[in-house]
Design a binder for this molecule. Structure first.
Ligand SMILES: Nc1nc2c(c(=O)[nH]1)N[C@H]1C(S)=C(S)[C@@H](COP(=O)(O)OP(=O)(O)OC[C@H]3O[C@@H](n4cnc5c(=O)[nH]c(N)nc54)[C@H](O)[C@@H]3O)O[C@H]1N2
Ligand SMILES: Nc1nc2c(c(=O)[nH]1)N[C@H]1C(S)=C(S)[C@@H](COP(=O)(O)OP(=O)(O)OC[C@H]3O[C@@H](n4cnc5c(=O)[nH]c(N)nc54)[C@H](O)[C@@H]3O)O[C@H]1N2
Ligand code: SF4
Ligand SMILES: [Mo]
Length: 719
């Protein structure tokens, strides 16, 4: 087999405009490659092409970086970097190297032939929340006007979709944090439901530490006493999948104990009475039975939040623990109801927020990669939205496709009768990160054509017919929108390895080969200026945000409708962007997880992250320091549960559900509930916990139930 990686790609130092560089030759100010905190960093390339990372002060990270950030440059010159297009005619055979012209011709021909034989929707696209705004926008446009397929969705479906759906229905807008992160440090009490920022966004902890240092409260709901919960004033060891009951119980106590802000509810909200009718049924003892959180802890939570609300402020945050459930949307709604009852949203140093995950998880969900959206957070089934965006694109609104299925449903439909026969993947390693992995692999295998753009040979790329090597963070210019809704600049610090192209070029070349009438360009700033026009008047209005402004101001918060608008760091002070200007309580009821434990599968499995690995691990498993620090999945098990299953620390354990199994190493710990095991999802093959997880979808957000299913544990070997 011929080698598919090339090891000679040491990036050259670059020459880029003055505003891009900071003190010292060849030092570029940019932001991290990975998560939504988008920590500010500098990249310095030496004469030999080696790139070093330095921390940079910014309101979000205040000079801090986590281990992933510090090592973010290691993938640039990695021998595992893809640098040549790869092709094969037969998936049982190895790839061969190809020229860009040949590879792009093959892709364009496959698209044309598939669509000629099976219709426009026979070609599907999956995008990613790590793509820059420019790439995400261009990808959505490419799907709608070059492919004219309805079948496009993205991995944010697995991430922020429940948070987004609940925020939209309560507030009329979905911006993860409605205030700048430093506001958090000023508040008096914080509740985090299902977030472990000490590992997932370590520099975020500074803002929480500031709260604690002033005597404020930090309450963390998590089945594990995580590094974050360890710092908390109160840890709520909630049973996986029961946050909705917990939130109803907290609302119950807030009202029963006299903490509800009646004036706020009256003046600024609607729907309280209906929401209260269900919460009234969730008295604390019942909540304790369902969630495992004691009545005393529930009462203390409400008292601490209420004390905050009366003083410096209080903030309720959710993250994936509470959201990645088949009822994630309703769970987030229940927590928003609690925040509204306490009168938090729109008050100084107070409010409700969801912690966005991916680098551009926020921007990635605003500009049209989502099945039901057009740029500017417009709805694809809204005639006015279609007319506006079609006008910017120079096409007839009638030619734009309608809404397509969500990511997992799209995957389920691949290669089925009437389903897509070709799939283009941009920025997601779905073979590792999608639930029910065996099924997903089966559907990918049923495709006629799988095309993957990536920087490395991910598990998904390894299944493809065509792999196209693209640029990564330090090799391209663009914008990202961080977890605060602040649009920031990603800057090119080094030249990409020879042979690598940007996704903007790939899409432009393909659009030309497909004889697309709409204009495509590979220049990111031109793409951004078009995005501004396409978003103008939408909920996520970027019209007034230019690259120059972002450079000069260090970031601009959307919405920002005009060049003279200051941007919107804080939302809701004067009202909510709903029809009547009020926030809406949404009446929700608790329901159990889609799959409960039974005699055959008696243990709850939950999944998530560890500090040193990012997502599917495609990038971080290839960074030597990170691979050494977290070489394999550790299955966290309470000693009592381990004893009952004959498991010892260091054993290999097989985690088995009704859908499949995955293998990891036992890590005994008393920090987890004795009825629950935790396994991170950063590995592929037989270490992929997503072979085990349940694809039960939230009826509104279509979020899979990553955070709870039923398993049994089998010992594989001894330490
Ligand atoms: N190191 C690292 N950092 C990352 C990422 C990464 O892959 N690695 N990914 C980024 C992305 S895209 C995202 S979305 C964020 C995610 O950031 P987080 O949401 O903080 O991460 P998770 O580990 O998925 O889940 C958080 C916690 O939820 C808990 N949990 C599990 N089930 C439940 C439940 O039913 N209820 C409650 N209340 N808690 C539960 C888990 O024990 C876990 O500690 O991280 C971002 N940052
Ligand atoms: N069991 C379980 N599963 C989960 C989760 C969980 O908590 N538990 N969390 C879910 C969540 S929140 C998320 S966000 C998803 C994330 O899961 P994935 O969508 O798989 O995320 P990544 O691993 O970041 O995949 C990004 C891929 O794109 C490549 N890449 C990086 N930059 C670029 C670029 O600019 N262009 C292109 N074309 N490629 C690029 C990377 O090398 C990588 O292969 O996983 C979900 N899956
Ligand atoms: S917290 Fe996120 S953005 Fe900051 S250095 Fe770590 S991975 Fe990068
Ligand atoms: Mo995510």
């Amino acid at each position: 087999m011929r080698p598919i990686y090339r090891g000679r790609n040491v990036p050259e130092a670059v020459r880029k405009p003055p505003v891009h560089t900071v003190a010292g030759m060849g030092t570029t100010a940019t932001h991290c490659a990975y998560c939504a905190l988008q920590c500010a960093m500098t990249l310095t390339a030496d004469a030999g092409g080696r790139v070093t990372v330095g921390p940079r002060d910014f309101p979000t990270n205040r000079g801090g970086l986590c281990q992933k950030g510090w090592t973010a440059a290691d993938l640039l010159g990695s021998p595992e970097r893809l640098t040549t297009p790869l092709l094969r005619d037969d998936r049982s055979r190895p790839f061969r190297e190809a020229s860009w012209d040949e590879a792009l011709d093959v892709v364009a021909d496959a698209i044309s032939a598939t669509q000629a034989a099976h219709g426009r929707d026979a070609v599907a696209v999956l995008g990613g929340g790590g793509l820059t705004n420019e790439k995400a926008y261009q990808l959505g446009k490419f799907a709608r006007v070059a492919l004219r397929t309805k079948n496009i969705d993205y991995n944010g479906r697995y991430c922020m979709s429940s948070a987004a759906a609940a925020s939209n229905r309560a507030f009329g807008i979905d911006r993860g944090l409605p205030f700048p992160l430093p506001d958090l440090a000023e508040t008096g009490a914080v509740l985090i439901a299902g977030g472990n920022v000490a590992e997932t966004m370590p520099p975020f902890m500074q803002h929480l530490t500031a709260v604690l240092d002033r005597g404020g409260a930090l309450i963390v709901a998590d089945p594990r006493r995580t590094a974050t919960a360890d710092r908390a004033t109160l840890h709520l060891p909630v049973l996986p999948g029961t946050d909705l009951a917990l939130a109803l119980g907290l609302l119950h106590l807030a009202v029963a104990d006299g903490h509800a802000d009646r004036a706020y509810i009256h003046d600024r909200t609607t729907g309280f009475d209906d929401a209260w009718r269900t919460a009234a049924q969730w008295w604390p003892e019942r909540v304790e039975r369902v969630t495992g959180v004691s009545v005393a802890a529930q009462r203390a939570t409400v008292a601490q939040l209420a004390a905050g609300a009366r003083g410096r402020g209080a903030v309720i945050l959710t993250a994936r623990g509470a959201e990645q459930q088949s009822k994630g949307t309703d769970t987030v709604s229940a927590l928003i109801n609690l925040a509204l009852a306490l009168g938090l949203p729109g008050r100084p140093h107070s409010g409700f927020g969801c912690i966005t995950g991916q680098g551009n998880g926020q921007g990635g969900r605003e500009h049209g990669q989502k099945a039901d959206q057009l740029p500017g957070y417009r709805k694809i089934d809204d005639p006015a939205a279609r007319a506006h965006v079609a006008g910017v694109w120079g096409v007839d609104p009638g030619e734009l496709p309608g809404a397509g299925p969500s990511a997992y449903e799209l995957l389920e439909s691949l290669g089925t009768d009437g389903g897509p026969r070709a799939l283009l993947v941009h920025g997601t390693n779905l073979a590792v990160s999608s639930p029910r992995g065996h099924r997903v692999a089966e559907r990918l295998a049923a495709l006629d054509t799988l095309v993957v753009c990536d920087v490395v040979m991910s598990e998904t790329a390894a299944l493809a017919d065509v792999v196209l090597p693209v640029t990564q963070f330090a090799e391209e210019d663009g914008t990202m929108t961080n977890l605060e809704g602040r649009v920031i600049r990603r800057r090119r610090a080094v030249a990409p390895p020879p042979g690598v192209r940007t996704e903007l070029e790939v899409l432009t070349e393909l659009a030309a080969r497909l004889d697309c009438v709409a204009a495509f360009t590979a220049d990111p700033e031109t793409v951004f200026d078009e995005l501004r026009r396409a978003s103008a008047g939408g909920v996520a209005d970027y019209a007034g945000i230019s690259w120059d402004r972002v450079d000069a101001e260090g970031g601009v918060f959307w919405p920002c409708p005009s060049a003279d608008h200051p941007g919107s760091p804080r939302l809701f002070a004067d009202g909510f962007p709903t029809a009547d200007g009020r926030a809406r309580f949404v009446a929700v009821e608790h329901r159990p997880p889609a799959e409960d434990v039974d005699a055959e599968h008696p243990v709850y499995l939950t999944t998530g992250r560890v500090l040193q690995q990012y997502q599917s691990g495609a990038q971080t498993r290839r960074v030597p320091a990170l691979a050494a620090a977290a070489p394999e999945p550790q299955v966290e098990i309470h000693p009592d549960l381990a004893g009952r299953n004959g498991l010892a620390d260091g054993d290999q354990v097989r985690v088995v559900s009704r859908r499949g199994d995955a293998v990891g190493r036992v890590r005994l710990t008393t920090t987890i509930r004795p009825d629950t095991v935790f396994m991170p999802f950063h590995w592929g093959g037989d270490q992929a916990v997503n072979r085990v997880t349940n694809p039960a979808l939230d009826p509104i957000s279509r979020m899979p139930e990553f955070k709870v299913c039923a398993v049994r544990l089998e010992r594989v070997g001894t330490s």
